[in-house]
Design a protein around this ligand. Structure first.
Ligand SMILES: [Zn+2]
Ligand SMILES: [Zn+2]
Length: 198
């Protein structure tokens, strides 16, 4: 399984194409990512959103027009058509609403949603094979902001404590910035809990 990544939009949001050789999943299609995705894919099965912020769902509607299903955690579904920043031009309506720990078989891909609210109510990490798509929950050497509309610092604290229980290693592919590994970022959690006054 291989992935391609490219940044899109003014806040440089990572869009990923995950490819098993004959099928692809798209994770977080940001602003005008559609053309790049189409050039680098031939059998797109689904779009997965780590959360509902405009910069991660911007081009959802273009894929939806093609009949591609949109997956997102249920608690962020409202954001995909109702952007509090007013920056989303075209909303979309998710087809599949995930709960925490929900597993989906999409083609040959096994997908699992892990709910980590705080940055947004439905913010999730999405596990596929050895990859963990962490959205704006965990970054390389940082965590997502929790001072936006619909953010919640108590939830963020709980999510940071919860992720420490993950013992398995994954390649961490965040919504912004460079890749990392899950265990590297978990090793920073105690520091964040102190630094952000949790
Ligand atoms: Zn975000
Ligand atoms: Zn973002």
């Amino acid at each position: 399984m291989q992935y391609l990544v490219k940044e899109f939009g003014s806040v440089m949001t990572n869009c990923y194409i995950l490819d098993n050789g004959f099928e692809q999943l798209v994770i977080d299609p940001g602003e005008n990512s559609y053309e790049w995705v189409k050039q680098n894919s031939n059998n797109i099965l689904a779009v997965l959103n780590t959360h509902g912020h405009y910069d991660h769902v911007y081009d959802n509607y273009k894929f939806q027009k093609d009949g591609v299903e949109i997956y997102i955690h249920k608690d962020d579904a409202f954001l995909v058509s109702n952007d509090p920043f007013g920056l989303l031009k075209n909303g979309s309506s998710p087809d599949v609403l995930a709960n925490d720990e929900d597993k989906f078989k999409i083609g040959q891909f096994s997908v699992k949603f892990h709910h980590f609210p705080g940055h947004t109510p439905g913010c999730s990490m999405i596990e596929i094979g050895d990859f963990m798509f962490s959205g704006d929950f965990l970054f390389n050497s940082s965590i997502g902001r929790f001072d936006f509309p619909f953010s919640n610092s108590d939830d963020m604290k709980k999510s940071l404590l919860k992720v420490k229980n993950f013992k398995k290693e994954f390649i961490l592919l965040p919504g912004h910035g460079e890749k990392s590994t899950l265990q590297t970022e978990i090793s920073h959690i105690d520091y964040y809990l102190k630094a952000f006054g949790f």
